[in-house]
Design a protein around this ligand. Structure first.
Ligand SMILES: [Zn+2]
Length: 99
C-alpha cells in the first residue's frame, strides 16, 4: 500500500521497523559473533552488528513518537504517551481506525 492511500502508513512502517530491530537483535548478534569468530578470529563484529540493530529499532521508535495524528494533526503519542497507546492523546481516534 502506498503512503498516499493509507493515513496510517508511516505508523505501520515505524512500528514494523521498531519491532524488527528489537526482535532481530539477538539472532543478528549471535550469528555475527559466530561469523566474526570464524572469519576474523575476534567478536568485535558482533558488537557492531548488535549495536546497529538496537540503533535501528531505537530510531524507528523515536520516529514513531514524533508522528502526527492524521485527524487532528497533533503528535499522536504526546503528553508522555508510550508508542503502544491505542488512541490519539488529543482527539481520541483509534490507531489504525477510520479518520
Ligand atoms: Zn488526534
Amino acid at each position: 500500500m502506498e503512503a498516499g492511500e493509507d493515513p496510517w502508513f508511516q505508523f505501520r512502517r515505524c512500528k514494523r521497523g521498531m519491532v524488527t530491530g528489537f526482535v532481530m537483535w539477538f539472532p543478528v548478534t549471535i550469528l555475527s559473533s559466530f561469523a566474526s569468530l570464524f572469519l576474523l578470529g575476534t567478536d568485535l563484529l558482533a558488537g557492531a552488528c548488535g549495536g546497529a540493530t538496537v540503533v535501528y529499532a531505537t530510531w524507528h521508535m523515536f520516529r514513531l513518537s514524533q508522528l502526527r495524528c492524521p485527524r487532528c494533526g497533533e503528535r499522536f503519542f504526546d503528553r508522555g504517551g508510550a508508542p503502544f497507546l491505542q488512541r490519539c492523546t488529543h482527539c481520541g481516534v483509534r490507531k489504525y481506525g477510520d479518520i
